[in-house]
Design a protein around this ligand. Sequence first.
Ligand code: ATP
Ligand code: MG
Length: 150
Amino acid sequence: MTTKRQTVKHGTMPRTASMDLLGISESVPRARDFARRIIGSDHPCLNDALLLLSEVVTNGIKHSNSRKGGIITLRVSAGHGGVRCEVTDDGSPSWPDMEALLSMPGEIWDLSGRGIRLIDRLADQWGRYPLGAAPLGRTVWFELVERKPQ
Ligand SMILES: Nc1ncnc2c1ncn2[C@@H]1O[C@H](COP(=O)(O)OP(=O)(O)OP(=O)(O)O)[C@@H](O)[C@H]1O
Ligand SMILES: [Mg+2]
């Protein structure tokens, strides 16, 4: 699934790096720290990228088989065009219909669904794809486009 208007122009992304993380909660700040170093502390997309990355990595740890001693693979690209992050987990037997979830109005007391809404609201483009038949791994990716000051 993809949404939104703009996409990051490839060829304007000089920095790309990936790392494997354990499927444990301590990996969330490690993912942020890694991404901050790749993206750069003065990049205009940094804060949104770290927020969305936290949600996606947390989802991988919370909802996928990575939590059972598996890994989460993070891939970050950053440059003048923007930022792209990909998070691959170990998959899970079920995977909700994100379009259906997003089409429902969120309620203030909802205990679930905020991560996907944040990604859909903030990312210029995002999507997900399986690495094979369930429950093999899945990748969730998002892109943020760098905007010039008006
Ligand atoms: N990596 C994933 N693997 C399997 N299921 C996932 C994954 N990411 C999201 N999901 C499913 O999508 C649902 C919505 O994700 P979302 O992040 O919006 O909510 P949440 O993680 O349940 O709670 P929160 O609002 O705290 O993020 C999850 O409840 C889960 O069922
Ligand atoms: Mg979540």
